[in-house]
Write a protein that binds this ligand. Structure first.
Ligand SMILES: Cc1cc2nc3c(=O)[nH]c(=O)nc-3n(C[C@H](O)[C@H](O)[C@H](O)COP(=O)(O)OP(=O)(O)OC[C@H]3O[C@@H](n4cnc5c(N)ncnc54)[C@H](O)[C@@H]3O)c2cc1C
Ligand SMILES: *[C@@H]1O[C@H](CO)[C@@H](O)[C@H](O)[C@H]1NC(C)=O
Length: 443
């Protein structure tokens, strides 16, 4: 790594995909970066997560393909199988969507969140030697015109030129940026989800076909409910998610142990194959994950523009967009480019430019989560028979063909000029923000 040193000191709070990407890209662009993370040790947590080709393109630049070659073997391979969409009750396959064409330097990837996260975490810490301070919960943020900083639980203060708050959906950085606590609201939906060994699945004649010929991906769609099921690791692991109506109130935590009986109740009129799959789930593997709404934040950056929100802390996504983690990565790439192009004397304008380059795109991609959910939950079956591909999972070029680094490099100059020479910069009204934007949706 031989980027020219910029002398810009960056603190990243949070070592999720957003924070790790921001740190890796800041180092690539020549900044000095350190990460502060709450968890005391890395654990392989979560279940299925998706990365679009627009994330694959970012991963591919890390170690010139090396990181992709570490991730790929962990991911689902649907080259032969594709994605099969079933009508919820009869189980008939209404559309068989072939796998996306191979793009080796921008591979879309889907796998276990914890396993993929470990690869990126290890790359940042062990290959790049980025300092990652674990067991370091940040309790306060501060800034003035010339610097920003954090206070750790143990009282230690650390300062930098810029602080990136990549601290997830329950962000503390967001409180500082907004000046108030932004309470999440129920979206009316929840997701039951599970990942477990396919041992029992392979024994049942009804389900063994999903384990014997490599990886598979199937979805059943019905009114207000959809069920996605995949087998991974050559059919040795399986994972399912079931999105359904849920009226429960949201409180501080929105991930709970789930009850298999409740899942079966929702699926009782459905293709019996769905229940056969559900029955194989070890009860401890089941998670009940509430989907909450959050109004779009008026701004992602602090008053003095030295603290910026990034990833879920700024803009959580619905799982049906399959873009939450990917968009957090695009944020990190963009921030690193803006800081490099602006230079150490113009950090605040760089941070404002980061927001301007990202805001509009993020809102547009967030919307696709609602569009896909509604497409599946309000299916007109007669129309699907006329045009089966109308039910396909959208694979739009403006999302997946996007190169965040190139976009930031190409558009930096104009956006920066608008910030520094235009009318007085107003962080409250970023480019592309519409007055009556509808609520953003949160995973
Ligand atoms: C444990 C876990 C499991 C998940 N499982 C899935 C899944 O199965 N499927 C899926 O699609 N998505 C999952 N997600 C969400 C997904 O990873 C994110 O939506 C996406 O990657 C964007 O990530 P992010 O970096 O913005 O936020 P996150 O991934 O949420 O990362 C935020 C990080 O900040 C840290 N943090 C928070 N507060 C502080 C603080 N005060 N001080 C220091 N550090 C702090 C957190 O410990 C966390 O590591 C999971 C997230 C987590 C944290
Ligand atoms: C995946 O399958 C293997 C082989 O059965 C098993 O050892 C492993 O625990 C499974 N992984 C998860 C997360 O369930």
């Amino acid at each position: 790594m031989s980027a020219t040193k910029t002398g810009i000191k960056v603190i990243v709070v949070g070592a999720g995909f957003g924070g790790l990407t921001a740190a890796i890209e800041c180092q690539r662009q020549g900044h000095d970066v350190e990460i502060y993370e709450n968890f005391p040790q890395l654990k392989v947590l979560g279940d299925i997560i998706s990365f679009g080709a627009n994330a694959g393109r970012i991963f591919y630049r890390w170690g010139q393909g090396e990181v992709v070659s570490r991730l790929k073997p962990l991911c689902i391979n649907l080259k032969d199988y594709g994605f099969r969409i079933h009508k919820y009750d009869t189980g008939e396959v209404v559309y068989h969507q072939p796998s996306a064409p191979d793009t080796p330097d921008a591979p879309p990837m889907h796998g276990h969140r914890g396993e993929l996260h470990k690869v990126i975490f290890d790359y940042a810490r062990d290959d790049l030697k980025i300092p990652i301070h674990l067991d370091s919960p940040v309790t306060e943020y501060f800034e003035d015109e010339s610097q920003a900083g954090i206070v750790l639980k143990n009282g230690k203060r650390v300062t930098a030129d810029v602080v990136i708050g990549a601290d997830g959906v329950r962000s503390k950085a967001r409180e500082l940026v907004l000046g108030y606590f932004d309470k999440p609201k129920s979206s009316g939906y929840a997701v039951w989800r599970a990942w477990f060994p396919a041992t029992e699945m392979a024994k049942d004649p009804r389900t063994k076909e999903f384990c014997e010929h490599g990886d598979t991906f199937n979805g059943w769609i019905g009114q207000d409910v959809h069920f996605l099921f995949s087998t991974i690791k050559g059919g040795k692991n399986c994972s399912w998610v079931l999105t359904h109506k849920d009226e429960h109130d949201i409180d501080e935590s929105w991930s709970f142990p789930g009850k298999l009986e409740e899942v079966k109740e929702v699926l009782k009129e459905w293709d019996p194959l769905c229940t056969a799959i559900i029955e194989k789930t070890p009860p401890t593997a089941l998670v009940d994950w509430k989907l909450v709404y959050r109004d779009p934040l008026p701004t992602w950056i602090s008053k003095h523009a030295r603290i910026a929100l990034l990833g879920d802390s700024a803009h959580p996504f619905l799982p049906t967009s399959a873009q939450g983690a990917t968009q957090s990565m695009e944020d990190g790439v963009t921030m690193a480019v803006c800081l490099k192009r602006a230079g150490r004397g113009k950090v605040q304008a760089a941070v404002r430019t980061y927001q301007d380059l990202r805001y509009e795109r993020v809102r547009k991609v967030q919307k696709t989560g609602e569009t896909t959910r509604d497409l599946w939950h309000k299916t007109d079956w007669a129309k699907v028979r006329e045009n089966p591909s109308s039910i396909a999972f959208p694979r739009e070029d403006w999302i997946h063909g996007f190169d965040a680094e190139k976009y930031a490099e190409d558009n930096f100059a104009d956006a920066f000029k608008a910030q520094t020479e235009g009318p007085a910069p107003k962080a409250e009204t970023p480019l592309g923000m519409t007055a009556n934007a509808s609520p953003a949706v949160v995973a």
